[in-house]
Design a protein around this ligand. Structure first.
Ligand code: NAD
Length: 513
């Protein structure tokens, strides 16, 4: 990272209007509405979108309900063909969509491309899965009986997403839901609706290529604020809500869904830690720390937020880390060589500033953290990523501030480090850097990390789509993407078939009439 050039004065290659047009968005769509969309790149307004009303949202839910009746009967491998076509369209649109992701949410272009690649990867995964929605055969205790477990489509899946990953989490959900036989309705973040409109166009092309087996209303989007998300959570015709976002949002969604005992998949905030043990490869650790703490300007649910360093190596690591931070190329995320783009908006900058003040009042020493590029990009929210050396794991370290703040504390023995790592309310991602197998296995054991993701010698941020993604405690408990996460989009049915000429009851019960 320190060897990257920092062409902060380099103009982005395409004007913003060209990026919007290349993603297929027309002037008619981008103007005349009430939802202002600004780009964090320079703080300028790039669209005024028309929003959907609650009545229009209800109409889309009704259309999805109708679509479910036929989509659930389409054989799963054929449903997979639609997702294959979606993956093909995404491959064709990767650069255009990746650039729009960068324009709309501010992550660097390489990460914008990476997000679209994740969409492509989950489509590939889901296509294979469409031939593998396996049930079980189960040993029956009764002669002449067969037992099995079958998986059936569940119904409409409402997908609510956050600004920081504007497109990939939709696809983690939608690709699986579609092969599982469920229509999808997407409520993207009100801060990033343009990428959702562009993805809907890509979906429409895949549907057109797929042909008549795809019913009207199979894949839909709702543009607007949280009230549209609330229409989804309130409707009994939305069988599943998969919601990605903050803990307060998850609590509100969970309360609404529990009123009707609807199914939720919740992917909420993280407060992810790395333990650096005395035997760690410090070169590797340094690279992993910087990438996972400052990548996406600290606006990933899996961003590294807490660094727990053994006291014996603290002085060998932390000054080098501070130096690496000083050389980070901060700038326009569309420009080559930038590694740290902007925060999403001024509110995020305020949250970062007040968290750092609190860290200082709790005894911390702060390096970095000031606003950056004020002379050229004053209307945007660029910052110097911050390191806060803390005397202990204080109160501020228990909260997720969605910004590049890395809190650092010392530890003296591994149990103490694991206790600190697990002490926070969130439980998404975690890791240890150590070359001592006793330590690493202990970290992965039942006595180790309590998170949904626990890594060894690799940072906490980002994940491959092949594994189940999600976390415990206030992170919400949901799992998306790989492994058997598909089961969250289907209903399980236990079947018993009596092929004998008797009617033996279970548990030997006699009930003669
Ligand atoms: P947010 O909670 O403000 O908004 C997320 C979405 O929820 C938006 O679409 C919003 O309109 C909607 N929403 C808000 N309240 C709602 C309600 N009561 N009912 C229905 N919908 C509602 O989150 P954000 O600021 O966009 O994103 C940042 C947060 O998301 C961070 O906390 C981050 O950790 C988390 N996140 C988690 C994951 C994960 O997979 N665990 C991934 C990305 C982001």
């Amino acid at each position: 990272f320190s060897s990257c050039p920092a062409p902060l004065d380099k103009d982005p290659e395409m004007p913003h209007s060209d990026i919007l047009a290349a993603a297929g968005l027309t002037q008619a769509e981008l103007t005349g509405g009430s939802l202002a969309v600004t780009t964090p790149v320079d703080g300028s307004e790039i669209a005024r979108l028309k929003t959907h009303s609650a009545a229009e949202a209800e109409a889309r839910i009704a259309a999805a309900k109708e679509a479910f009746k036929s989509w659930r009967l389409v054989p799963a491998p054929r449903r997979g063909e639609l997702v294959r076509l979606l993956g093909d369209e995404l491959r064709r649109e990767k650069e255009n969509l990746g650039r729009l992701v960068t324009l709309e949410c501010g992550k660097i272009y390489q990460e914008g491309l990476g997000e679209v690649q994740e969409m492509i990867d989950i489509c590939d995964f889901a296509v294979g899965l469409s031939r593998q929605l396996y049930g079980l055969t189960i040993a029956s205790e009764r002669p002449g009986h067969a037992m099995r477990e079958s998986w059936h489509p569940m119904g409409t899946c409402g997908i609510i997403t956050a600004f920081n990953f504007p497109v990939a989490p939709w696809c983690w959900n939608a690709a699986l839901a579609l092969v599982c036989g469920d229509p999808v309705i997407w409520k993207p973040s009100e801060k990033t609706p343009l990428t959702a409109l562009a993805v809907q166009k890509i979906c429409d092309r895949a549907i057109a290529a797929f042909g008549k087996d795809a019913p009207e209303g199979l894949i839909q989007v709702l543009i607007g604020e949280r009230d549209l998300g609330e229409v989804l959570t309130a409707s009994k015709d939305v069988a599943i809500i998969s919601a990605t976002g903050s803990v307060p949002m998850g609590k509100a969604v969970s309360a609404d869904m529990s009123k009707r005992l609807g199914r939720t998949i919740l992917e909420l905030g993280g407060n992810n830690a790395m333990i650096v043990a005395p035997s760690a490869d410090l070169e590797m650790a340094l690279r992993a720390i910087v990438f996972s703490a400052v990548g996406t300007a600290g606006q990933r649910c899996t961003s590294l937020r807490r660094l727990i360093v053994h006291e014996d190596i603290y002085d060998a690591l932390i000054p080098r880390l501070v130096k690496a931070y000083e050389g980070l190329p901060i700038g326009d995320p569309l420009a080559d060589g930038t590694l740290v783009g902007p925060l999403i908006d001024a509110a995020a900058l305020d949250a970062m500033t007040s968290a750092l003040k609190r860290a200082q009042s709790e005894g911390g020493t702060v390096h970095g953290g000031a606003q950056a590029l004020t002379d050229t990009h004053g209307a945007a929210a660029y910052v110097h990523p911050a390191i806060a050396e803390m005397p202990a794991q204080t109160d501020i370290m228990h909260t997720e501030t969605f910004a590049p703040i890395l809190y650092v504390v010392k530890y003296s023995d591994l149990d103490q480090a694991i206790e600190m790592q697990n002490e926070v309310p969130q439980g998404l991602s975690s890791c240890i850097f150590s070359t001592d197998v006793r330590e690493t296995e202990y970290f992965l054991s039942a006595a180790g990390s309590d998170c949904g993701i626990a890594n060894v010698n690799i940072g906490p941020s980002g994940a491959e789509i092949g594994g189940a993604f999600g976390g415990e405690k206030e992170t919400g408990g949901g799992r998306e993407s790989g492994s058997d996460a598909w089961k969250g989009y289907m209903r399980r049915q236990t079947n018993t078939v009596n092929y004998s000429r008797e009617l033996p009851l279970a548990q030997g019960i006699k009930f003669d009439i």
